[in-house]
Design a protein around this ligand. Structure first.
Ligand SMILES: [Zn+2]
Length: 285
């Protein structure tokens, strides 16, 4: 399994800075540079990522995780940059396969293991349940939105294996397999089964709940811009569909903790697959 850590990336950034500007210490990376890469809505094909700092990112847009990552030492040596940049985050510090880990990666080729896993620390969050570790930041996020005049509702939290099976069966019956697979996860393959995912809704336009138009509501725009501050990632976007295999869901938030969510925001990485070099897929294999 390929992993790319913050240490390697930070060294690569410094190295490029030396080449481009000659003075590494003067370089300040834009934190909120817009992404301009066009999305290719074709599963399995990844649009090139925009590169606000002019960085070369071997493997970053490789959903299969097979492209070679730039080695920190080689990159730094080429440009004569220092090799002792401190790590911003240790991406190896938590498991990505333990279903109880904050950083577990669940997608169409990485089901929960065991497949009927259920967390043992669920707490009530409005009408739904989430893991205890999520609850505090979820409350903080709702309060933060409220301060900005935005009222988020909680539409869905933990869903157990049996309930997910019911949802998926209903989607199949309603929409057929191809469309159902793009919208809903099979039981054992849903982030909701981890207790770390929340679907939020729009108090101002509830007709957009679970609908693509959620993204254009005040609530949808707020979570796209600010959910990361509270440790949540908007897991499925138009841009990252080739990596996740899911249609955009501006309402589906996955809790990963403030440290990782902040790092992903700063690094302009939107998928856990890219963070950890883990494959995603539009199909079950
Ligand atoms: Zn969801």
């Amino acid at each position: 399994m390929q992993r790319r850590g913050a240490w390697g990336r930070s060294v690569a950034v410094v190295a490029v800075a030396f080449v481009a500007g000659g003075v590494a210490a003067a370089v300040v990376l834009p934190r909120d540079a817009p992404t301009t890469g066009a999305a290719l809505d074709v599963p399995g094909v990844v649009a090139p990522r925009s590169d606000p700092a002019g960085r070369s990112e071997a493997g970053r847009s490789d959903p299969a995780g097979t492209a070679p990552a730039a080695t920190p030492a080689a990159t730094a040596a080429t440009a004569g940059a220092p090799t002792s940049a401190p790590p911003a985050i240790d991406l190896h510090s938590r498991s990505t396969t333990d279903p109880a880990s904050l950083w577990v990666v669940v997608n169409k080729i990485h089901p929960l293991d065991p497949v009927r896993y259920a967390p043992d620390d669920l707490v009530q969050a409005g009408p739904e349940k989430v893991r205890a570790v999520v609850a505090h930041d979820l409350d903080a996020m709702l309060a933060g939105a409220k301060r900005d005049g935005v009222t988020l509702t909680i539409q869905s939290g933990f869903r157990d294996y049996a309930y997910q099976r019911t949802i998926f069966s209903n989607m199949l019956a309603l929409h057929g397999r191809e469309y159902a697979e793009s919208l809903s996860a099979r039981p054992g393959f849903s982030e909701h089964q981890t207790g770390l995912a929340v679907d939020v809704g729009s108090a101002s336009r509830s007709s957009c709940d679970f609908d693509p138009c959620f993204a254009s509501t005040d609530e949808g725009r707020w979570v796209a811009r600010d959910a990361w501050r509270y440790g949540f990632v908007v897991r499925y976007t138009k841009e990252n569909r080739p990596v996740t295999g899911y249609a955009p869901e501006g309402w589906h938030l996955r809790y990963v903790g403030r440290e990782l969510a902040g790092w992903m925001h700063d690094e302009h990485v939107t998928t856990l697959e890219e963070v950890f070099g883990i494959r995603g897929s539009a199909t079950y294999e």
